[in-house]
Ligand binder design. Sequence first.
Ligand SMILES: *Cc1c(COP(=O)(O)O)cnc(C)c1O
Length: 361
Amino acid sequence: MRIPQMIPFFDKLEKESISEYMDSNPFLTEFNKTNDLEKMICDFTGSKNAIMVSNGTLSLFAMLMIKGIGAGDKVYVPNYTMIATINAVKMVGAEPILVDVEPETLCIDITKIRTPVPKNARAIIFVTANGRFSKLGHEAVSRFAAENSLLLLEDAAQSLGSFYSDGKHQGTKGVMGSFSFSVPKIITMGQGGCIVTNDDKIAQDLRVFKDFGRFRGGTDDHPFFGVNLKITDLQAVIGIAQMSKLQMRIDRKREIWKRYSELLSNNKHISFFHHDLELTTPWFIDVLAKNREGLIKHLEGKSIGTRKMYPPINRQKSVAISGSFPISEKIGEEGLWLPSFVQIKDQEIEEVCFEINNFYS
Ligand SMILES: *Cc1c(COP(=O)(O)O)cnc(C)c1O
């Protein structure tokens, strides 16, 4: 049996919830179920407001839009991230400034941002990479942003179930934080995104923006500019079912990471990034692997799926920005995601590690 790198996890609950919902004269589009899901996300993250949007790319776009960031502005983004982070900046017409990441956490290295920052630099999109946060700590990052008049926006797409050192949920230190519920993420509803914020005014503006610039559905007065970033209650029903199993998923993700790190601890060719498993939830098992191409091929031959970690953003053909980014470049050469799905069995993890150790021996 093939061991894939990633497959979604769901059980009877999602199916039964959908079936029950369809029997309830459903509205289908965003309505009460979406509100319920937003409340669950508020409770879990300790955030005052949660606003569901279509996906974790458009949530970043909406965060920038609502703050009026656009043409002529610059936004700092890490050179190691999913392409969506930088493309959201491009989407509003602003210019991304790529910054290399910390080798320990793969989060943007704020010490590499040249100060004083240019006048038109407006924000940092801080990506909490695989649930990790800057080794400098959240106070230092917040202080840096404040001292340089930069908005701190968090791309916490990979961080549901991950907390800062003070126990607060990631995504909540910035003015806004963004989550994604695409298939590989900690929980999924196929597609979906969410913005959390403690600022009620921003929350209200976001709700208006995501619904064509009007105050409520079923009316055609549009006092503001807005687009359609809504989800559907069909997705929310799945999301609610997934949220109800979130703690189990978090526990399992942490166990999976522990198993891998134990079984590969004597392997000099594989190195792990630090994870504080009390606070953070590894979304994917990310490692640096020597002779990555050889290992991928070997594992593929044993029907074990892997995925290369994000290549450096600046080297993407659609981006092509020159510069020296040694850490993200190293990730681009050696970074590898191992099978990381919630329902993977211990025995399968052992098999994967056996094959990895085998390859290097
Ligand atoms: C997944 C991801 C996104 C994009 O989210 P979608 O819901 O797929 O649009 C953005 N940023 C990061 C860091 C991600 O991991």
